[in-house]
Structures are given as structure tokens and as C-alpha cells.
Design a protein around this ligand. Structure first.
Ligand SMILES: O=C(O)CCC(=O)C(=O)O
Length: 270
């Protein structure tokens, strides 16, 4: 039975997360995996040496600066519809990075992704994040570990020990969670990599984790469609937040494009 956007939103409200099974087309998974391997090679990506990023985990940040099919990721329809329902349609790309958990990696400390935002019981949430499975995610290869229901509580103690469940899912599936949910990457006890794409969003009124306006050249953003331009932070949230002399960054910096809304400034309506 096909699950609706509302089914997924209900599940996030109840337990803090949901999985959209096999929503990423096979060819997109293949192309992203191949391009990620190329980028890791060309950028000389190697594991960091800290507990959060992992010591056998390879990450590439700022993927939207690298062309290829990465611009398709933030706007994949069934996933973005759920994120819009959790945040709202003025939400932003907060970061887009890869998480390749290699054999022998131990579990990442449990954390919540809004941990560093100084907000208490955010309603609506400040963050809504997603993890794309480019390989199957299993309990043994490092599937994301979750604490169901923890999105309703306080922030976790970083490094604390908590009962978790693995988000097992076949390749092509996407895990979506409320930014307060306690979670972490799992340990990989297999001989193969677990490859995920962390496609993270935040509310339109907070600062993005990766600076999308500096990290991705405006010439690259100029080729993005109207929704992705706004997700990058080139729009004006609620007619006020992010304006430049009462114009959007899109109007100031990018060539006009059909379908781009004309952001009126909120004061003009009063
Ligand atoms: O790799 C995962 O499954 C989760 C990673 C994560 O939560 C993070 O790096 O913040």
C-alpha cells in the first residue's frame, strides 16, 4: 500500500522518524555513488580523527558545489514534501554531505541535530534531516541508530549510553527525522562500506549549518531551478528574513527565471 505524505508526517509526530522506502531511482543511486567515489579520490577525502565524524568514516561536505546530479537531491519530491510538512515550504538546505561508514567503525555518539541551537522544545522544529541509503542499511553495517520518541524530550547527553533501534532500509530508501530525535551512525561490523547521504534541512529563520551562499558559487546556483535557489537561501522568508535592500538575494544576484516568486517585502503589505 502506498503511504501518503500525511502518513509519514503522522509517524514523525508519533515516533520522531519515518522511512520512505525505495523512493530514489536506481540510476540516481548509481550516479551519486559513482560521483562520490570520484570526489573522494580527487579531494583526497580521508576519515577525520574525532568521535563525532568517526575514525573510519569518510565524509565529503558541500556536495552542491560539485555539479553532477547533486542538485537533484534536495528537491526529490516525496522526501521534500515530508520535510515541508515538518518545517514549512520556506525551509532551507542546511547541509549536504556524504557519510561512508567503513568496516570496523564504532557507533557514533548519540546526539540530536538541533543540539547546538539554543532552543527549548521547538515547536515547530528547527531542523528536519534525512539520510539517503545509497547501499542497503543493516544493523550490522552501521544503519543509523535511533531512540524512538526522543524528539519529545530534552536534548541527549552527548556521549551518553541509550537504547537505540537500527533504521534498517534497502538501498534507495530515505530516513527522515525530527531535528530533536536522538540518533547516531551505527557500528560497522561487516567488511563493506555503508554509504549514506546526509541531506539536512533547517527552518527558513535560522542560520544554515553549511554556509550555502559562500560555499556554492552564485554561478552554480544560477543554474538551479526556482525551488532549489530558495532552498539555498536566495529567497526571503515571510517577506522579511534575508532581504537585501528590500529585495531577495535571487533578485540581486541571479538571472531572472520563470517560476521564481517575486518576494514582496512584508512592510509593503501593511
Ligand atoms: O551516518 C549516520 O547514519 C548518521 C550520521 C549523523 O547523525 C551525523 O553525522 O550527524
Amino acid at each position: 500500500m502506498t503511504r501518503t505524505t500525511q502518513d509519514h508526517l503522522d509517524e514523525i509526530a508519533a515516533q520522531g522518524f519515518t522511512v520512505l522506502e525505495r523512493v530514489v531511482p536506481d540510476d540516481l543511486c548509481d550516479d551519486l555513488l559513482a560521483d562520490l567515489s570520484r570526489l573522494e579520490r580527487e579531494l583526497g577525502a580521508a576519515p577525520a580523527d574525532n568521535s563525532f565524524e568517526g575514525r573510519r568514516t569518510t565524509r565529503v561536505y558541500n556536495l552542491l558545489a560539485h555539479g553532477g546530479r547533486w542538485p537533484e537531491v534536495p528537491v526529490l519530491d516525496p522526501v521534500l514534501a515530508v520535510v515541508d510538512g515538518v518545517l514549512d515550504d520556506g525551509c532551507l538546505v542546511s547541509s549536504l554531505s556524504s557519510v561512508r561508514i567503513g568496516p570496523g567503525e564504532s557507533a557514533q555518539p548519540v546526539h540530536s541535530d538541533d543540539q547546538l541551537y539554543p532552543v527549548v522544545d521547538p515547536d515547530p522544529p528547527v531542523v528536519c534531516n534525512t539520510m539517503w541509503a545509497l547501499t542497503d542499511f543493516t544493523a550490522d553495517n552501521g544503519a543509523t541508530r535511533l531512540v524512538p520518541g526522543s524528539h519529545r524530550g530534552p536534548k541527549p547527553e552527548y556521549g551518553g549510553r541509550y537504547e537505540t533501534v537500527p533504521a534498517e532500509m534497502p538501498r534507495g530508501s530515505v530516513l527522515v527525522w525530527h531535528g530533536r530525535l536522538w540518533h547516531g551512525g551505527g557500528a560497522n561490523t561487516t567488511g563493506q562500506d555503508r554509504v549514506g547521504i546526509a541531506m539536512n534541512y533547517c527552518a527558513g529563520w535560522v542560520r544554515q549549518q553549511e554556509n550555502q551562499q559562500l560555499g556554492v558559487p552564485p554561478a552554480t546556483v544560477a543554474a538551479f531551478g526556482p525551488r532549489l535557489r530558495r532552498l539555498m537561501g536566495y529567497g526571503v522568508y515571510l517577506g522579511l528574513i534575508g532581504h537585501v535592500d528590500k529585495r531577495s538575494a535571487e533578485q540581486v544576484l541571479l538571472p531572472p527565471q520563470d517560476g521564481s516568486p517575486d518576494d514582496g517585502i512584508v512592510w509593503d503589505a501593511t
